[in-house]
Design a protein around this ligand. Sequence first.
Ligand code: HAM
Length: 436
Amino acid sequence: MVAKTTKTTEQIIQSVRGMNDILPDQIAIWQFVERSLAQVVETYGYQEIRFPIVEHTELFRRTVGETTDVVEKEMYTFEDRSGDSLSLRPEGTASCVRAGIEHGLFYNQTQRWWYTGPIFRHDRPQKGRYRQFHQFGVEAFGFLGPDIDAEMILMTNRLWKTFGLDPHLKLYLNSLGSTETRAAYRKKLFEYFSKHQKALDADSQRRLHTNPMRILDSKNPYMEDLIERAPKLIESLDSESQAHFDALRRLLEQAGLSYEINPRLVRGLDYYSHTVFEWVPKMDEGAQSTVCGGGRYNPLVAQMGGPDTPAVGFALGMERLIQLLDELHLLPKLETEPHVYFVLAGEEAEQKGLLLAEHWRDALPQLRLISNCGGGSLKTQFKRADKSGAQLAFILAPDELQKNYITVKFLRGEKVEEQQQQKIAFDQVIEFLKNL
Ligand code: HAM
């Protein structure tokens, strides 16, 4: 018997704010969603990659960008015992690039990778925005043409289709052009916003000098007009970027996928070039609702010391996807309850029951069977059986032991009404379970 004590809340340690447990009763849904996503991308030739949760801080500074919110304000950075500055990964693309270069995987070959796992950003927690969240992402390396951009965007649409979510999401598209186009555009934007400095909020005033394109991302309603009238990058693309974007648009149109061009879509990470895209729920286009975002980052691999390797990818937020599926009632009812709860009356039954259960598991690997552990009266065991959600209770008591049979009691389904109980000889149990 465990003694009951009254504990003050001070003694009870809680999880870190914005970092959530995923409890056993939610896991079936998470596993279902993860598996469904992986299955789709694997049919397109993507292979899973797993990389560390912790990387050198320098990696994110040099890829995601020194002046981005993610690096400037949101990283979990610490010094380890050797004095190295390390950070919990605030995204996955940087690690893919690092791993590919480190293992020589970008020389004369293409790569299609997918990954999933926890990501950390120290932002203000609210619905849809957490400090530990999970991404499912894909990255393709070594493809220059717009065909892979189109295939990847169609693949995201297929992900939504597997859940019946496609009618509820909207695709936004933009092109950020080449590095040179962007540098010229940044200058133009700087000039434009400098003329209207007084109308900028504090955040944007700061960004004006560090990263003026991020001002376009501002959600401040007072700056809406000013931003609307700002010069648009999409109107000053170089000819190569324009041709890439036009070809992508044609491919998407031929595939019948609708999209909207959003000239303000600049994304929050520095490495992008050319195509960028986001999927946003039609019912709620708020900042915390973007389900999936990605784009090209052609210069990044070379910039990080690898061979010149064009690249494109995206990541979706698992919490946001699951939340949306839940709100739209698109999550299936998953069967996780046991088929059988095994009631064991007495020590001898416990011993024999263990062996019988192992024997049945050998023959039926899919069988979900919970054996009663920890004793208890028949009444207690039946209560547990009922609570487990099992379809059947198997009962092994002295009479059964003596005559080599088990009693089957139906707990759910049609036969419950008839209060049916059946006696099944030990050597017939497997056959009985097969025919359930
Ligand atoms: P991102 O737009 O920063 O892109 O994040 C991708 C997705 O992660 C978002 O669309 C959102 O669903 C989810 N997400 C982001 N922050 C949070 C948060 N605090 N709480 C919950 N969910 C969140 C990237 O990370 C890029 N690495 C994507 C990429 C891959 N681009 C090219 N390849």
